[in-house]
Design a binder for this molecule. Structure first.
Ligand SMILES: NC(=O)c1ccc[n+]([C@@H]2O[C@H](COP(=O)([O-])OP(=O)(O)OC[C@H]3O[C@@H](n4cnc5c(N)ncnc54)[C@H](OP(=O)(O)O)[C@@H]3O)[C@@H](O)[C@H]2O)c1
Length: 275
């Protein structure tokens, strides 16, 4: 399949999610994140990832409303924070996110973290708001295979997406395959390991071969794995660079090489031992 910036994947409820999106964690509320969203929309991104925890939902909503692009062409994800677990709190959390965003509906509402004891009750609330049409899809984040198995046992509505840390230095192959075999889209966050591994010389050897930057190689690697990718930048030039990945493809032997860079390196929280 030939990929371009408008390529989407169909989720298990029929709704489509753009394969590339803009990450916004630490993109400061106000003019910084508003300009980042505008810059992303200008070069063709149609997917923005935020969360209550990022404290920038108002600004993102404002940028989406102020853009000349119709609301139904932009895919907005937000997430329920850890202190909002439990049935009633989760219902309120969705309403409050929607109020802050002020964009009629949320495209994808995720449980940010699989909080012990409460996550299944929270999921019931997400099923409710989905049925009421307040969001077009519901999903999870930072779920391991065990968390997903547990959820698949109790759910009435399957999660559409699992958003997890994913990059060549944390190539979660087993989790990716579990998701893909269960018709759950794997979405990778921190593709550049928050910038910590972006200059790794092992990436540079591949990047030089294709006359691309390390960042572009990483993004393209996600796309070729059918993994949704949400690189974050608040800089216009990098937002464009990170999406300029559709004029080449990584050959199979180089995909294998990039896969082999896995070190189980995590730049953020690790859900492995969450019961
Ligand atoms: N569900 C979760 O628990 C979770 C956790 C973490 C992240 N996320 C989501 O995933 C998104 C992406 O992850 P992330 O923000 O953690 O990290 P990331 O996208 O891996 O890396 C962002 C860092 O890389 C820099 N950068 C971006 N493009 C670059 C380029 N072309 N060349 C060099 N440096 C570049 C950025 O700096 P500048 O901004 O200065 O360009 C920033 O410091 C988040 O923003 C958030 O939306 C979700």
């Amino acid at each position: 399949m030939k990929l371009d910036i408008s390529t989407k994947l169909k989720m298990n409820n029929g709704v489509e999610i753009p394969l590339i999106g803009l990450g916004t964690y630490l993109s400061e509320s106000g003019s910084i994140v508003e300009s980042a969203v505008q810059a992303a929309l200008d070069v063709g991104y149609r997917h923005i990832d935020t969360a209550k925890f990022y404290f920038n939902e108002e600004s993102i909503g404002k940028a989406v409303r102020n853009s000349s692009i119709p609301r139904n062409e932009i895919f907005v994800t937000t997430k329920l924070w850890n202190s909002d677990h439990g049935y009633n709190k989760a219902l309120i959390a969705l309403e409050e996110s929607l109020k802050r965003l002020d964009i009629e509906y949320i495209d994808l509402f995720l449980i940010h973290w699989p909080v012990e004891n409460l996550r299944n009750e929270t999921w019931k609330a997400l099923e409710e708001v989905y049925k009421e049409g307040m969001c077009r899809a519901i999903g999870v984040s930072n779920y391991t295979i065990n968390h997903l198995k547990e959820l698949l046992e109790i759910c009435e509505i399957k999660p559409t997406v699992n958003q997890v840390e994913f990059h060549p230095f944390l190539y979660q192959k087993e989790l990716m395959e579990f998701c893909q075999n269960n018709d759950i889209i794997l979405e990778g966050y921190s593709p550049f390991a928050k910038g910590q591994r972006i200059n790794d010389p092992k990436l540079t050897t591949v990047a030089e071969k294709y006359d691309k930057t390390n960042a572009q190689i990483i993004v393209r690697w996600h796309l070729q794995h059918n993994v949704v990718v949400i690189p974050k930048s608040s800089k216009k030039q990098r937002i464009a660079e990170n999406s300029d990945v559709y004029d080449f493809s990584i050959a199979e032997e180089d995909m294998d090489y990039l896969d082999s860079l896995n070190e189980n390196f995590r730049c953020t929280w690790d859900p492995t031992n969450v019961q």
